[in-house]
Design a protein around this ligand. Structure first.
Ligand code: ADP
Ligand code: MG
Ligand code: MG
Length: 890
């Protein structure tokens, strides 16, 4: 029994590890009795052996010989026979298709002698020489590594000489001249003649496939996709069929459904008198399948039948390569086809209706990432538009608005009801208010992990970043597009975050049909209906609840509409911003407790009003309110600005007592590492009354809501706890405040008090912390920063890309949870916490709560809910459903 080579009839589609995707499916089609040109596949095992020893494993040559003999006997022809040659293709095919692997070499076996034999047997001189020309070109570039341009330029020149536009218009003599020329190129570039021995051609081609496993492009792709480096590729050797034998021949690709829209019915391209990739190379205009029906009805009918057989067999959209040789149909490849998000959703639901798969499988087949792309607003597809610049598609969606060149302008214009596009060189945390206010964000610098890109994705804001042709000039309040127009601040632009394009003027946009459907609109769109149906199924099977991170009533309402079961993270930072900064300043510069209390007393009613609104928007659902987290200096003026102001005042002998005191306070609060400084629970302990004021605002808001007939469900969450002692102290304070409000308002309030677990110390002492906590919420953003020891902003602007390129990160640990490290801390926290309190309620907030892969992890470790930004809620529901299906014991 041969070890390294398998006949097509000896394989099947489950042997992708051994035969690669292409080889396994060719075997499958052969066994289905479909017309597949015979051949064999050299296994990945042979490749692995080759890569380990840098030579063909013992016995491989003999096995190839043996299988070649079988092929030859079956066809009654010998490889490269000068009188009647058998020709073969040599095709690479790994388990996963990847770029950088050797491209297929067709027509192996032709040489100066057999080309005449082929001409004679086929009765077509031109066809024979054309095939030889193709072999020299493909072999020269892919096996011998010669610059492809040398051949294509020579071909161009040949066509120019004859004054023709297509290679099909060259006659046999023209092609003979090219064969001469190509052989010359090979000799010149390699110092040796094109190998005339057909078996030598085959050996070299096989070896070239093996070595292509390690091309830098393939290796990089594997690192990025986390495909193991030691799989190796298979090599398929297959009898040639000829689509370039005249007008009754041709080659084509087809899909069993439309891969763009998912609509049922075959879809494809066909090119008469063409070979291999010609059909997709754009060298001539192709025909649709209808065109084939006109040309060759019997082949068309047969192809339709094959398509239906294959789809029935693979139970999914199939992508098929075929060739027609002189009226006979041959199949050369099949795989489950790639498709757009729209098509994925629609096809999955259609297959359910057709009784091919059940709802579980339909949902399992469509990753949440694909649903996500269906949720973004979009530009009307047929609207007229002219792109003026292009950057990176950092966060999808379609946004239209007036250009604002800084955060304050964006906020001001948005406040008066304008749609705004914030245009910056790059963004910093200072631009956050403007980013929140803007419809879209456009930057001229930075990549897909720049601050602008990450924050925009988190908020579901459209963002194009790194549009380098844009130069922003703050003096003239305009940006100039290099080689294009000048756009003044206030003019309208449209930004497409899905393509990276920037347009002048307003291109019409709308909610996607899927979002409209979710908002209860009656939308006549099969994709929207399919998505709604699969989402409903996800809801019916999932165990994980999905909440939203929402700070404002608007976000809360949006989240609710998108199916959130409450708020998992309501940040309170913004309740200290804007005009309230002044009160924060008072609080900080206050000389004594009386001064601090006065400032807090003025903040209280403002925050209470904020909470009332949020609780109303989430009536009946839990709202986890996080007490203030960031260091206080973030609410104070910038140290440098203030120092300059004070210096100028001093120079002019203006005595501003306030500014002086403020400067002292800012200096006092200045920290080397604010992320590791006075923030979170530490603020609650060091600044008396601060957390108590917030707790009082929450409790009073809840009491107000009860009085108004509502059903408020607030929860108080303490950030950045490291020690059970911290939480104990704070909890006592909070409980007192709540009890106080209960007494004075004469009612009972159920307000659970819990903590974030976002420091490694908290995770490993979670058993103790659980004694004072009703719930844990894993703050995986900070937990990631604190575990890796780097800050997100710094990492993302500095070295994420290098780490990704070098395979240290598969994805940024801020995007998808680092299961081995940070995930282990989550596991530990869960185990220890539940050890103390089996009913401890557990959730996660932060970016990871909306990330598909992370959601599966959180489900597996037994959290009760995930919380993510409102726009991600449907995606999280979807993934939680997929995860439940995946985890379900069979
Ligand atoms: P890829 O991996 O890029 O899909 P393929 O191995 O499928 O490459 O081959 C490239 C082209 O050559 C395809 O159009 C394929 O159908 C065609 N081809 C491969 N083998 C043969 C053959 N034996 N006879 C005719 N055409 C072939
Ligand atoms: Mg192919
Ligand atoms: Mg945090």
């Amino acid at each position: 029994m041969s070890a390294y080579v398998r006949e097509f009839s000896e394989g099947n589609r489950d042997l992708k590890d051994l035969l690669g995707g292409k080889g396994a499916n060719l075997a499958e089609m052969t066994n289905l009795g479909l017309p597949v040109p015979p051949g064999f596949t050299i296994t990945t095992e042979a490749c692995r052996a080759f890569l380990a020893t840098e030579r063909e494993p013992d016995g491989l040559d003999a096995e190839v010989d043996e299988h070649l003999r079988v092929l030859e006997q079956g066809r009654g022809r010998r490889l490269g026979d000068p009188d009647d040659p058998l020709l073969v293709s040599v095709r690479s095919g790994a388990k996963f298709s990847m770029p950088g692997m050797m491209e297929t070499v067709l027509d192996v076996g032709l040489n100066d002698a057999s080309v005449t034999g082929l001409a004679r047997v086929s009765g077509d001189d031109r066809f024979a020489v054309d095939s030889y020309r193709r072999l020299l070109q493909m072999f020269g570039t892919t096996v011998l590594g010669i610059d492809a341009d040398l051949f294509s330029v020579a071909l161009e020149r040949g066509m120019q000489r004859r004054g023709v536009r297509a290679d099909t218009q060259l006659d046999a003599d023209d092609l003979r001249a090219l064969v001469q020329e190509f052989q010359g190129i090979i000799r010149e570039q390699t110092g040796a003649d094109f190998p005339q021995d057909p078996r030598e051609q085959l050996r070299l081609a096989i070896r070239a496939v093996f070595t292509s496993w390690n091309t830098p492009r393939a290796a990089l792709y594997r690192r990025q996709e986390h495909i193991p480096d030691d799989l190796g590729t298979a090599v398929t050797v297959q009898t040639m069929v000829f689509g370039n034998r005249g007008e009754r021949s041709g080659s084509g690709v087809c899909f069993t459904r439309d891969p763009a829209t998912g609509s049922p019915g075959g879809y494809g391209d066909y090119l008469p008198n063409a070979q291999g990739e010609d059909v997709v190379a754009g060298i001539r205009n192709t025909l649709a399948l209808d065109g084939l029906a006109e040309l060759d009805r019997p082949s068309y009918d047969q192809l339709m039948e094959v398509m239906s057989t294959l789809e029935g067999h693979f139970r999914d959209l199939c992508d098929i390569e075929f060739t027609i040789e002189d009226g006979s149909l041959w199949l050369l490849q099949v795989r489950v086809g790639k498709r757009t998000a729209e098509a994925a959703v629609r096809i999955a639901a259609d297959l359910v209706d057709e009784g091919v798969i059940d709802l579980d499988e339909a949902l399992a087949r469509v990753p949440g990432q694909q649903l996500a792309t269906l949720l973004f607003p979009r530009f009307a597809p047929d609207a007229e538009r002219t792109a003026v610049a292009r950057g990176l598609s950092a966060s999808p969606g379609a946004a239209v608005g007036r250009v604002a060149l800084d955060s304050e302008t964006a906020v001001a214009w948005a406040a008066r009801g304008d749609d705004v596009i914030l245009v910056r060189k790059e963004t910093t945390p200072d631009d956050l208010p403007g980013m929140v206010a803007a419809r879209g964000i456009l930057t001229s610098r930075g990549g897909k992990t720049s601050h602008a890109a990450v924050v925009a994705r988190g908020m579901g804001r459209t963002c194009v970043c790194g549009a380098e042709a844009i130069e922003i000039d703050l003096d003239s309040r305009a940006f100039r597009v290099r080689g294009g127009p000048v756009v003044a601040e206030g003019e309208t632009v449209s930004v497409d975050g899905s393509t990276g394009e920037v347009f002048l003027g307003a291109v019409p946009v709308g909610d996607s049909s899927v979002v409209r459907q979710m908002a209860g609109e009656d939308v006549d769109d099969p994709v929207g209906a399919a998505a709604a149906r699969l989402l409903a199924h996800a809801d019916s099977v999932r165990r994980l609840a999905v909440r939203a991170n929402a700070d404002t009533p608007d976000d809360a309402r949006r989240a609710r509409q998108l199916g959130a079961a409450g708020i998992g993270l309501c940040r309170t930072e913004h309740m200290f911003l804007g005009e309230r900064r002044e009160l924060v300043e008072e609080l900080i510069v206050a000389a004594d407790q009386a001064g601090r209390t006065a400032a807090l007393d003025r903040l209280l009613p403002l925050q209470r009003a904020d909470f009332v609104e949020v609780l109303a928007a989430m009536d009946g659902l839990p709202v986890t309110i996080r007490l203030i987290d960031p260091p206080l200096h973030e609410f104070l003026p910038d140290l440098t600005d203030l120092a300059v102001r004070v210096a100028l005042e001093d120079e002019r002998h203006v005595e501003d007592e306030h500014d002086h005191t403020l400067l002292t306070a800012v200096r006092r609060l200045h920290e080397q590492n604010p992320m590791l400084g006075l923030r979170g629970v530490r603020l609650g302990i060091v600044i008396p009354g601060l957390f108590a004021m917030q707790a009082r605002a929450v409790a009073e808001a809840a009491a107000d809501r009860v009085a108004a007939g509502g059903d408020p469900r607030p929860e108080l969450m303490v950030p950045l706890v490291a020690s059970d002692r911290e939480l104990r102290l704070v909890r006592d304070q909070l409980e007192q405040v709540v009890a106080d409000v209960e007494r004075s308002r004469g009612l009972r309030l159920e307000i659970p008090i819990g903590t974030m677990i976002e420091l490694p110390r908290a995770a490993v002492t979670a058993d103790r912390i659980a004694r004072s906590a009703d719930f844990f919420s894993f703050g995986t953003n900070d937990l990631t920063q604190m575990t890796w020891g780097f800050s997100r902003d710094d990492v993302e602007s500095e070295f994420v890309q290098d780490y990704l390129d070098q395979g240290i990160f598969a994805t940024s640990p801020f995007e998808s949870i680092d299961v081995e490290g940070v995930g282990e801390l989550v596991r530990t926290g869960v185990r220890l916490g539940r050890g103390t309190r089996p009913d401890l309620h557990l959730g996660v907030c932060g970016e990871h709560g909306g990330d598909p892969r992370s959601i599966h992890f959180f489900d597996e470790v037994g959290l009760d809910y995930v919380s993510c930004s409102p726009y991600r809620v449907p995606v999280a529901r979807w993934e939680a459903g997929r995860s439940a299906i995946e985890l379900r014991p069979c």
